[in-house]
Design a protein around this ligand. Structure first.
Ligand code: ADP
Length: 395
């Protein structure tokens, strides 16, 4: 079956058409600046990347352009839309309602809408994408795959905050966690690569990209994760602060004369690597600047690694041990220096990196030595493939 995977943001839309038998992406692409002007970048696998500047007033126009590109005589990869057997949609927040992926029905749409206030930047955009696809592909089954679903196995002691319990009861304030599709895909790959028995395994997955999170996966289930009610908690990220003392919020507000949402904007968009370095949120640029001796870049790089290491320590304790630690996403799967720096703290666990293997990137590889007591894996994440698999399984 050919599955169209859609990841809809507020002004952008990423897509892949995946052949589920071969698990190969036939084409992928991106619509940007939806509602502003519009740009479509379409890449048939093995073919040349095409860029089109086209007006996209809304997401429906964008999806129509994607469907045209997929069926185009020159750069298309299918002859008719009838070849698309199903559509898989990434949905960021499924609240407590969705512990797994689900076929999209009217009730499911309503339930996703009810989660809007938990992810006001993401869920409404995801819904717009789903509704646009429904109008353009009336009889094609659609599936929602949630970033939060994998973490619904967390026990209460991991997801409750130390707040008045009635806030959890009334408002569902709790840890949800994100990047679940990636953490689930990577942990599954780790069992295959290392021969670990899923039902008797302790794995820590470090998803280190512009957004970053760490998850403890015990016997195949997420038992704790670093992101919380929103993706702001946990690790220091590209522009997000991650964990801070909550009292800092009022302190900044008073000192800088800002209101609450302005402070949250600082924590979401002006902090993290960008805030620490003062120049960039991009890890490649941070690394380049730190090699040139830029002190702020050096401290940003080191602080990031230190925080990842602390989560690894915490999750090793939570699971009473760890069999494998996996690195994924932009930084985690591509950068040996960051993996080496993090692992340099882990001698107490008997971690030993193989320098030659760790200098490689972008492939599924165990990068620890055969003597290492914990397997260190680098695993390029593939959220789209995971979404396609879930979609096929459900339809
Ligand atoms: P997201 O999906 O959250 O936007 P990605 O997983 O694509 O993010 O990760 C993007 C980050 O990964 C960027 O900061 C980028 O600089 C970093 N990155 C990608 N390749 C490398 C590399 N070889 N070395 C260091 N950082 C890298």
């Amino acid at each position: 079956m050919k599955v169209l995977v859609i990841n809809c943001g507020s002004s952008s839309l990423k897509y892949q058409l995946i052949d589920s038998e071969s698990e190969i992406a036939l084409a992928s692409g991106l619509c940007e600046r939806i509602g502003i002007d519009g740009k479509l970048i379409h890449k048939p696998t093995g073919g040349e990347k095409k860029t089109f500047d086209v007006q996209m007033d809304n997401h429906e126009v964008a999806i129509k352009l994607v469907l045209d590109a997929l069926t185009d005589k020159e750069h298309g990869v299918i002859t008719s839309l009838d070849e698309i057997g199903a559509v898989g949609h990434r949905v960021v927040h499924g609240g407590e309602k969705f512990a797994s992926s689900t076929v999209i029905t009217e009730e499911v749409l309503k339930a996703i809408e009810e989660c809007n206030e938990l992810a006001p930047l993401h869920n409404p955009a995801n819904l717009i994408g789903i509704n646009a696809c429904k109008r353009l592909m009336k009889d094609v089954p659609m599936v929602a795959v949630f970033d939060t679903a994998f973490h619904q196995t967390m026990p209460e002691k991991a997801y409750l905050y130390g707040l008045p319990y009635e806030y959890y009861e009334k408002y569902k304030i709790r840890r949800y966690g994100f990047h679940g599709t990636s953490h689930s895909y990577v942990s599954e790959r780790a069992y295959e690569m290392t021969g670990l028995d899923k039902n008797n395994s302790k794995v820590i997955v470090c998803h280190l990209g512009n957004g970053a999170s760490v998850t403890a996966v015990k016997n195949g289930e997420s038992i704790d994760t670093s992101m919380g009610l929103t993706p702001l908690e946990g690790l220091i990220m590209g522009t997000r602060s991650g964990d801070i003392d909550p009292a800092i919020i009022e302190f900044i507000a008073k000192k800088e004369n800002l209101n609450l949402s302005e402070v949250l904007n600082v924590l979401n968009k002006k902090s993290g690597m960008l805030g620490l370095s003062g120049t960039t949120s991009d890890f490649r640029d941070i690394l380049a600047a730190s090699k040139e001796g830029n002190k702020r870049a050096i401290i940003a790089w080191e602080t990031f690694a230190y925080h990842v290491t602390k989560y690894i320590g915490a999750y090793t304790a939570a699971m009473n041990g760890v069999d494998a630690i996996c690195f994924t996403a932009g930084l985690g799967e591509n950068n040996g220096a960051m993996r080496a720096l993090i692992c340099s703290y882990l001698g107490y666990l008997g971690v030993e990196l193989d320098e030659e293997l760790n200098s490689r990137y972008g492939e599924d590889l165990v990068v620890s030595t055969s003597n290492s007591k914990v397997k260190i894996c680098m695993i390029p994440t593939n959220e789209e493939l995971k979404i396609a698999r879930e979609t096929v399984a459900l339809v």
